[in-house]
Design a binder for this molecule. Structure first.
Ligand SMILES: [Fe+2]
Length: 265
C-alpha cells in the first residue's frame, strides 16, 4: 500500500491547496498514482498560534471535514490522516500539549528553516525524544546549512530520527544543490522515507508514481517499497522504524580531484 506521508492537500490552511476544487484535483491525482493513504501535513508556523491554538484547531477541523466529504462524494479509494508539518519554534511544547500533530501517536514531522538551523539541535531533539516522541526530519536535503555540511545531520540520525526526503529532490525539480545532497544521502543509506510534499497541481505537483519508479529502477523494488510503503506504514501505526547509524562525513578530495575541480572552474 503506497502512502504519502507529507503533502499540503488540506484546503485553505497553508500555501498548499488553495480551495476545495484544487484539493479535489490533488486527491484524484494521488489516487491515479496509486496512493492509498494520505497523511495531510499542513505547515504549522509560530504565527499560526501566536494568539492561541483555537484558530488552528478550527481550520484543521473544517479542512478535514471538507476532504472527507470530497472523498465520499467522489468515491475516492483513499484514506486520510491529518497531522502537521511543524516548523521548529519556541512554542513547540504548547503545540505538543494542545494540538494533534503526531502521526501514529508517536511521530512528529519536524521542519527546520531553510537558511538556518539552531545550534543546540541535539539538545532540542533530545528534549523531544525524552517525551516518547520521535521527530521525523522533513526534507533535510533542502536545508542550506546541511547542503554545506551534511555531517551535521549525522548525530540526528544516530539519535534515531528518520529522514524524510521529498520526491522532487531526487527527481531534480528542486534545484541542483538539493539533488546533490539527496544523492549523497542515498549513497550513505541515510534516507528512511520519502513524501510528495505536493502543494498544488503545477510547480509543486505530486510525483509519487514517478518517484516510486525512479527508486525501483535505481535501487530495486524492495527499496522503493521500504521508502513509500513499509516505513510510512510503520509510522502510521506508531511502530518503530529501523534507523541505523550513518557516516555523513563528505569524502576527502584527493589532490587529483582538486586539480580536476580547478581545471573545470
Ligand atoms: Fe511540506
Amino acid at each position: 500500500m503506497m502512502i504519502d506521508i507529507h503533502n499540503h492537500m488540506l484546503p485553505a490552511v497553508d500555501d498548499g491547496a488553495k480551495n476545495n476544487e484544487v484539493a479535489l484535483s490533488m486527491l484524484k491525482e494521488a489516487v491515479n498514482q496509486g496512493v492509498e493513504h494520505l497523511v495531510l501535513t499542513p505547515h504549522l508556523y509560530e504565527a499560526d498560534i501566536i494568539k492561541g491554538t483555537g484558530d488552528w484547531k478550527r481550520k484543521i477541523e473544517e479542512g478535514k471535514r471538507t476532504v472527507l466529504e470530497l472523498i465520499d462524494e467522489h468515491s475516492l479509494p483513499v484514506k486520510v490522516t491529518v497531522a502537521a508539518e511543524v516548523r521548529y519554534q519556541e512554542m513547540l511544547p504548547i503545540i505538543l500539549e494542545e494540538l494533534e500533530v503526531l502521526i501514529g501517536g508517536k511521530y512528529l514531522l519536524l521542519e527546520f528553516a531553510f537558511h538556518s538551523v539552531p545550534n543546540n539541535l541535539e539538545r532540542i531533539i533530545y528534549e523531544i525524544t525524552r517525551q516518547g516522541i520521535t521527530p521525523i526530519i522533513a526534507h533535510p536535503e533542502r536545508i542550506k546549512p546541511w547542503q554545506r555540511e551534511p555531517q551535521k545531520l549525522e548525530e540526528l540520525v544516530n539519535m534515531g530520527c528518520p529522514l524524510q526526503m521529498d520526491i522532487g529532490s531526487f527527481l531534480g525539480t528542486l534545484g541542483p544543490n538539493t539533488e546533490k545532497l539527496a544523492n549523497f544521502l542515498f549513497d550513505r543509506d541515510a534516507v528512511h522515507l520519502v513524501g510528495s510534499d505536493s502543494h498544488n497541481l503545477e510547480s509543486r505537483a505530486l510525483y509519487t508514481k514517478p518517484g516510486y519508479d525512479w527508486l525501483s529502477d535505481r535501487y530495486g523494488v524492495e527499496y522503493a517499497d521500504l521508502l513509500l510503503k513499509t516505513n510510512p506504514g510503520k509510522i502510521l501505526n506508531g511502530e518503530p522504524v529501523e534507523v541505523y547509524p550513518v557516516n555523513l562525513e563528505p569524502a576527502r578530495l584527493t589532490w587529483k580531484d582538486k586539480l580536476l575541480n580547478l581545471i573545470k572552474t
